[in-house]
Design a protein around this ligand. Structure first.
Ligand code: ACO
Length: 338
């Protein structure tokens, strides 16, 4: 059997910083409400025509490759976890081209909202263990700001844009750094969090009105803004995430007390605190950078991991319990050794 280990990380955020005070200028809110209910103070937001998701992903991936000391030609698989690609058909092949991966690695997208990065790790491990792949780039990147209703104070305060990446490399099983996974989904919970497809106004060419073919052709579609029942999502997270981490720990044969760091999807500080309390992780063993970036969806775990690695918090050999959760609904945990 083959092992897989994480050997490099990188991250990138757009330069435009929007503070809670900035948001108070466009919706009826204030810094105090946002900070106490969510822990968020600032977020980074893409600028139309200047930033792109592929651009952020490439920047994060380049930094991860540098840390890993792996050249783009040695990458044989790129997994891009995102729900907000610049192109409906996916972003990963564009990243492959921009990085200059001349050996044309397999590159495809994974759509699983805020659980996307954990599911990217699961997929990387499967491809390495079962498919003979050697160097896999796992990227989590999202730009939910493009799908937020900036007049809805219940959601617009939460989200930010970012990209994070890791290089996962095949190794001997003794050096394995991906100990176990626990992953779930529940389509019933979609009613609490979604950004549904919607039919746009008919335009001339695509109008089905009066067509000799009845309901054909269909109307052109776009996506509506994020709709969320915050209380239900909160309830789901504080119940499901501790169970999922406990299950992953059990599969790894490790007690929570042996894990160096708890690293959750950065959605709300109160969710992070609640899960940490339930699993008896003291605050000093919990990674959080939510205050600076808000909820960056699939990017939040690799972004926080990269900052923790570069600041010297997470050191080689440290173990991490990481857990993502969000739309779908989807949720999942990974026990990792850095
Ligand atoms: N500023 C000021 N007041 C506000 C704001 C705001 N930004 N937003 C809501 N309020 C008001 C409400 O109108 C309400 O007022 P009322 O009592 O007069 O009716 C009051 O504050 C309480 O609102 P609630 O929605 O009940 O506030 P709650 O404590 O539930 O916090 C929040 C809302 C922060 C959204 C919380 O429910 C939450 O974080 N939920 C989890 C969301 C999440 O984690 N999503 C992650 C997944 S994202 C993904 O996968 C894409």
């Amino acid at each position: 059997p083959r092992g897989c280990k994480l050997i490099g990380s990188g991250s990138a955020v757009p330069s435009l910083l929007i503070s809670n005070d900035d948001l108070a200028k466009i919706v009826d809110t204030n810094d105090e409400w946002i900070a106490t209910r969510t822990g968020i103070r600032n977020r980074r937001v893409v600028v139309s025509g200047k930033d792109s998701l592929v651009g952020l992903a490439v920047e994060a991936a380049t930094k991860a490759l540098e840390m890993a000391e792996v050249v783009p030609e040695d990458i044989d698989l790129i997994l891009m976890s995102t729900s907000t690609p610049d192109d409906l058909f996916g972003a990963a092949p564009q990243i492959q081209k921009a990085l200059g991966c001349t050996k044309n690695p397999l590159a495809y997208d994974i759509t699983a909202a805020c659980s996307g990065f954990v599911l990217g790790l699961v997929s990387a491990a499967c491809h390495i263990r079962g498919g003979g792949f050697k160097n896999v780039l796992v990227i989590g990147a999202d730009s939910l700001s493009r799908f937020v209703d900036w007049t809805d104070r219940g959601t617009c305060i939460l989200f930010g844009d970012a990209a994070g990446a890791v290089v996962v490399q095949a190794c001997d099983i003794e050096d394995d750094g991906l100990f176990s996974f626990d992953v779930h989904s529940d389509g019933d919970g979609r009613r609490h969090l979604n950004a549904s497809i919607k039919e746009s106004q008919t335009d001339g060419a695509l109008s089905s009105n009066g067509s000799v073919l009845g309901d054909f052709p269909p109307k052109r579609s776009s996506y509506s803004c994020i709709q969320m029942n915050g209380k239900e999502v909160f309830r789901f997270a504080v119940k499901s995430v501790p169970q999922s981490i406990e299950s992953a720990l059990q599969k790894a044969g490790l007690p929570a007390s042996s894990i160096d760091w708890l690293l959750l999807h950065q959605a709300n500080q109160r969710i992070i605190d609640s899960v940490a309390t339930r699993l008896q992780f003291p605050p000093e063993r919990v990674i959080s950078n939510l205050a600076n970036y808000g909820n960056t969806s699939a990017a939040s775990i690799p972004l926080a991991l990269d900052e923790a690695v570069r600041s010297g918090k997470v050191k080689p050999g440290h173990t991490i319990a990481a857990s993502g959760f969000g739309a779908g609904l989807t949720w999942g945990s990974a026990i990792i050794r850095w």
